[in-house]
Ligand binder design. Structure first.
Ligand code: NAD
Ligand code: UGA
Length: 465
């Protein structure tokens, strides 16, 4: 049983894309609770304590400002806060392992285990420990063993409460989630702990959206949700390749297919490929787990979702090279969008990284423009030997370029002055729309050669002959 005086004290270990926004929303919806977010990264914590937050997310700064210093606090004093709080969310990163057994596929749980060990070290009473990070199924078992091995006779209840927010819409998703999943161990103490977590979310989420399950179902549901979302994208992307061969239009196909209410319209937007820190990592993790349990056919099935994504990225660059007369060497190419999706500065696993590196390998010069992600783009490409420049202004970015490649679905790209862009570019000018967001017919009329995903090539080249 957690200490009564600590029942309304929440700690979150990990002040990243999940920890920061999630705790800001919990603090704003639950004024009766005190919420503290801790991290080992002092710079990040300084950012959370300032008006220049470490991540960009629409509506985040407003939410943080409403509660920061009242019932939301950011700190690096992990030891003190572990002791002070009864409820501990852990949302540290769980990247793909880069070393040893399972390298390139299994989840690297070292940050989680370190956190579990500091919880043991600094706790002086019972706690509820919540898996907020995405973890392989049955991690709770290992974590429970580690926590229960404490020599102080303390009880730790472990709860799985995976996060389903998407970047760019985090605040909206947190305020109005499709569901909140709370998995607990099959014991009295486990069920009581789950009820306490459900009570927190119950402050703003309707009861029928709060799902109480066993801990393994909860852990696995998170991996499967991401795998299924990514699977839909790979499915439509695979069809986009066929559309390009057959003169079908992938957006028309997606609309027709998605109008079947059994299929539904969401996550059927073809593009240059999915990015983000989680889809690939979580699917590879699922693949690894299936192999571990000897389910090789199941593993191969999910591996294909990642393979098709890589095929789509590669296809995009090869198409650029082919359309630009089989060489981009010495040509200047503008990249519009480096973030892995719109409304975020996050570039983790962004298809833009692959596209940029491949173009540099082919000896193209790059000028990169993104409303929020230039800082991260510079970090991602710091080891590239090639000419790369970065622009906040899109008109500066396109001066003298042979082609523009659109790699992120930023809304603002739709409204840019393409007549002006046309006038600033080398001729013949190409647009490669990796997100199918611009009005391609209008661009074609201006004089561009427009290559979109899963659509016929609109070319003015014949007219110049
Ligand atoms: P992140 O890298 O943005 O944040 C993780 C933070 O944990 C970092 O700031 C890091 O410094 C901190 N950290 C690591 N070890 C620590 C320790 N021992 N003590 C204190 N702090 C420590 O990661 P993220 O994107 O927030 O993802 C966190 C987890 O949530 C992952 O498992 C991810 O799969 C999952 N998830 C992410 C998203 C998303 O949109 N990014 C959505 C749902 C779930
Ligand atoms: C995804 C899930 O949507 C969240 O539910 C989950 O919590 C999160 O992963 C996670 O676990 O990290 P996120 O990666 O932030 O969220 O963003 P998405 O909107 O899912 O987009 C992922 C990628 O797929 C982006 O590159 C996006 O451009 C691409 N995408 C998305 C498409 O190419 N087509 C689509 O139809 C939708």
């Amino acid at each position: 049983m957690i200490d009564k005086s600590k029942e309304k004290k929440i700690l979150c270990v990990g002040a990243g894309y999940v920890g920061g926004p999630t705790m800001a929303v919990i603090a704003s919806k639950c004024p009766g609770y005190t919420v503290t977010v801790v991290d080992i990264d002092q710079k990040k914590i300084n950012g959370w304590n300032s008006d220049s937050l470490p991540i960009y997310e629409p509506g985040l700064l407003e939410t943080v400002k409403k509660v920061r210093g009242k019932n939301l606090f950011f700190s690096t004093d992990i030891a003190k806060e572990i002791d002070a709080c009864g409820i501990i969310f852990v949302s540290v990163n769980t990247p793909t392992k880069t070393f040893g057994e399972g390298a390139g596929r299994a989840a690297d749980l070292q940050f989680w285990e370190k956190t579990a060990r500091s919880i043991i070290e600094h706790s002086n009473d019972d706690k509820i420990v919540i898996e907020k990070s995405t973890l392989p199924v049955r991690t709770a078992e290992a974590m429970h063993r580690i926590l229960q091995s404490n020599s102080k006779g303390l009880n730790f209840d472990i709860i799985s409460n995976p996060e389903f927010l998407a970047e760019g819409t985090a605040i909206k998703d947190l305020e109005n989630p499709d569901r909140v999943l709370i998995g607990s161990m099959d014991s009295d103490s486990g069920r009581k702990a789950a009820a306490k977590i459900a009570e927190i979310y119950g402050s703003w989420v309707k009861k029928d959206k709060i799902l109480l399950t066993n801990v393994w179902s909860s852990e696995l549901s998170k991996l499967v949700s991401n795998a299924m979302l990514a699977q839909r994208i790979s499915s439509i992307n695979s069809i986009s390749a066929l559309c390009e061969k057959t003169d079908a239009d992938v957006d028309e196909v997606a609309k027709a297919v998605g109008m079947d209410s059994r299929i539904g319209p969401k996550f059927l937007k073809a593009g240059v490929g999915f990015g983000g820190s989680c889809f690939k990592k979580d699917i590879l993790n699922l693949v690894y787990l299936c192999e571990f349990y000897g389910l090789n056919e199941v593993a191969e099935y999910w591996q294909k979702v990642v393979d098709v994504n890589e095929f789509q990225e590669r296809r995009f660059v090869l198409n650029m090279i082919a359309k630009m007369f089989n060489t981009v060497a010495g040509k200047k190419i503008a990249i519009f969008g480096f973030a892995f999706k719109a409304d975020t500065g996050d570039t983790r696993e962004s298809p833009a990284i692959y596209v940029a590196k491949k173009l540099i390998e082919e000896k193209a010069e790059l000028s990169i423009h993104d409303p929020e992600a230039l800082k991260n783009a510079k970090i991602d490409l710091k080891d590239c030997n090639g000419k790369i420049s970065y622009y906040r202004d899109y008109l500066d970015c396109v001066k003298g370029v042979h082609a523009v490649a659109i790699l992120t679905e930023w809304n603002c790209f739709k409204d840019y002055d393409y007549e002006k862009i046309f006038s600033l570019m080398e001729k013949p000018p190409f647009i490669f729309d990796g997100r199918n967001i611009v009005d391609r017919k209008k661009l074609f009329r201006i004089g561009f050669n427009v290559s979109s995903i899963g659509k016929t090539f609109l070319t003015n080249l014949d007219k110049h002959n």
